[in-house]
Design a protein around this ligand. Structure first.
Ligand code: SF4
Length: 376
């Protein structure tokens, strides 16, 4: 008999039209959970991914539960020639159900199939090896090749990961998202070692360029709830976009943030100007014809990526940094991929003054007493 039940999903998620499952993960707990949370969605065993994709057509909404064979934990690719933050990526899947116009994943991946690494036990085994030396500290996150939480309602992946990492005091996990899902929270044993994080932007950018995401107030309400539950949060003003009226928009964004949380609740905050690999330009113009900001004046940086002209970048950064400092932010503000010159000009310090950006962020991600105890 056909299962005619309909899945009950949050607003940012449309039910997939089909689920593909690698034979090796048919009995994995993630597969069982996904299938139970998506009743009525047809699924099949995937022995030949390309063939299956062709069968369903390029635009089909496919969820692929994959037996991932690569490395799960890696260094963030960062960028050459600019200061990078030494973040470790825990790779849990690829692609994202949201539709941000500037999303780099459009250029990274050939298709938009939502992929979940369903062999979670292999991930845990690899993490065990990395984390065995308890004197080595890690700051890691899952939000690099996907949004950390966008598929959580279907997979429960982050809840499992947080529960697993609870036994390792030497890792701090950042969950970077543009949606609201706090379902993972009940699985956390020590809130000091999980950092819920949101990208933040102006209401106009969120509404027009981050389709499917939660509004700024919703994100900040969730952030406040996390603080109430004993977590510190992270925020990322990234990408800062230059558009008519940006001053008003970013002033309002800062005001909204501090209506909900205090500066002391924020472990760290990054600022990053819109930047892109040249390959993204045409894709963005094609997929998002209304994204006018792509017609701004950009220069090619030392790493080959395009960035807004330096004077415009500095103007936006100075404006934002001033507002953030007035709200109580200090040396826990950092730039994502900017030169020492920009740091010094806008923030008045450089990564060198902080003892290196990776060390500084590692210190900030752990609470001070934990950091000294672990380092002792
Ligand atoms: S939330 Fe992140 S990963 Fe998802 S579409 Fe937006 S930029 Fe891309």
């Amino acid at each position: 008999m056909n299962d005619t039940r309909e899945p009950c999903l949050p607003a940012h998620l449309e039910p997939p039209q089909h689920i593909l499952v690698d034979p090796e993960v048919i009995h994995s707990p993630i597969t069982a959970r996904v299938l139970s949370r998506l009743p009525g969605i047809p699924w099949s065993v995937c022995r030949n991914y390309q063939e299956k994709l062709q069968k369903h057509g390029p635009g089909a909404r496919i969820l692929y539960l994959k037996n991932y064979k690569g490395r799960f934990m890696r260094f963030c690719p960062g960028t050459s020639r600019y200061h990078c933050c030494g973040y470790r990526i825990i790779h849990i899947g690829e692609n994202c159900p949201l539709n941000c116009s500037y999303c780099i994943l459009q250029a990274y991946f050939q298709d938009r199939v939502l992929k979940v690494w369903a062999n979670q036990q292999d991930l845990f085994r690899e993490l065990e090896e990395h984390l065995a030396d308890k004197n080595r500290l890690f700051r890691a996150g899952t939000g690099e090749f996907t949004d950390s939480l966008a598929l959580e309602a279907i997979t429960g992946y982050t809840g499992d990961l947080a529960a697993f990492l609870g036994q390792y005091p030497n890792i701090c996990l950042e969950l970077k998202s543009k949606i609201v899902d706090l379902g993972w929270m009940s699985r956390v044993s020590d809130p000091a070692r999980v950092l819920p994080a949101w990208s933040v932007n102006t209401p106009e950018i969120i509404a027009l360029q981050e389709k499917g995401s939660a509004g700024l107030q919703e994100r900040m309400q969730a952030a406040r709830e996390c603080v109430r539950q004993g977590f510190r949060i992270c925020l990322h003003f990234d990408p800062v976009i230059h558009y008519p009226g940006w001053q008003k928009g970013y002033a309002l964004a800062v005001e909204t943030i501090f209506d909900y949380v205090n500066a002391r609740d924020i472990a760290y905050m990054s600022l990053g100007s819109f930047r892109f690999m040249p390959e993204l330009e045409k894709i963005l113009m094609h997929n998002h014809p209304g994204a006018d900001y792509i017609y701004n004046e950009f220069i090619t940086g030392l790493d080959g990526k395009k960035r807004l002209l330096l004077p415009l970048r500095l103007k936006q950064f100075r404006f934002l940094a001033r507002k953030l400092k007035n709200a109580g932010m200090g040396t826990n503000m950092y730039f994502c991929m900017e030169s020492e010159h920009v740091w010094q000009d806008v923030l008045g310090y450089t990564p060198r003054d902080l003892g290196g950006l990776d060390n500084h962020l590692l210190r900030l991600s752990f609470q001070a007493d934990q950091f000294s105890a672990l380092k002792a």
